[in-house]
Design a binder for this molecule. Sequence first.
Ligand SMILES: Cc1ncc(C[n+]2csc(CCOP(=O)(O)OP(=O)(O)O)c2C)c(N)n1
Ligand code: SF4
Ligand SMILES: [Mg+2]
Length: 337
Amino acid sequence: MAETTFDNATQILQPFKGVKKVTLEEYFTSGHRTCQGCESALVMKLMVKAAGPRTIVLGATGCMYVANTTYYTTPWVVPWMHTQLGSSGSAALGTAAGLKALMKKGKMKAEPINVIAFCGDGGGADMGLGAISATLTHKEYNSLILLYDNESYANTDIQLSGSTPYGANTTFSPPGKVHRIIHTRWKKNTAGMLAAGHPECRYVATVCASYAVEMMNKVRRALTIGGPTFIHSLDPCPKGWDYDPMLSHELGELAVETGVFPLYEVEDGVVRHYGKTKAIVEGRPRKPVREYLLKQGRFAHFTEEDLGYFQAKVDEMWDKWEIPGVIPFWKERPKAK
Ligand SMILES: Cc1ncc(C[n+]2csc(CCOP(=O)(O)OP(=O)(O)O)c2C)c(N)n1
Ligand code: SF4
Ligand SMILES: [Mg+2]
């Protein structure tokens, strides 16, 4: 059979210019069993809406697998496949390579088909980090890995992950009488690490579904650029974060407005803060982190001292980091003589 030429060129997905321009079709519909107010379910819906119907979604184990594919029910309208907890990277690369081979051999029409693999913070930022890293080195294959970060191993009852914030109450870190703060580690900087360490990856972004149009446009940008790309989404989780489900949207906004979760994209090595984060970089004051933390039961045991420590760490990120929220180093200042 004749070989069809097929390179990395993908479709051009223009950004949605405002909410009224967003397409009406849904590819993640009813039929899921996530908790009321689950932001990660919204992320799935927006992600595939942004990508469109010519999309294959691959999902690592976690809430977005288990609650979305109960026997005989599923909200996915596009082709969907489960993959093992740490395998989102391998699934993305294998599927993209398989499609490319079939198209190259002329066994499939050569056309852009989006390959999106999602993973949770446990599956992506912890267990599957190696596979994601490998995928981000393979510039010849088009795929997007979307990490939905609800800041715990939620599906197995809220164990702490490398993405769980300092001090949070999880089933692995319940505050006690002797030790109030059991989880004393600061959250991993996953997007910054992946952006800084993968020269073949042309696009990395952080997103939050509270800013839905911007979030969808980052997905569209990643799928337009092609090659391996990565998006990190911060997703409020009413069960794990212990708050009233009606606060999901507000908590996403507060994560950004307090500077806890900066929004940025790195395209071909150029960092661009966007949205409310851009305003903060340009001088808008950050809200105090207590406004974000004290709305969540997982921080209900925090004292003023704990709030002060958390605020100081976030201040450090903004005041000292080489690129605030992205590159966690700063240059040694010359010692005064
Ligand atoms: C190799 C492996 N270890 C453990 C599990 C059990 N397990 C299923 S889902 C899950 C939690 C995954 O957490 P995360 O990736 O953050 O997704 P979330 O549940 O928070 O959506 C765990 C530990 C598994 N399925 N496979
Ligand atoms: S535990 Fe959290 S992430 Fe899982 S379905 Fe419920 S709200 Fe969504
Ligand atoms: Mg999780």
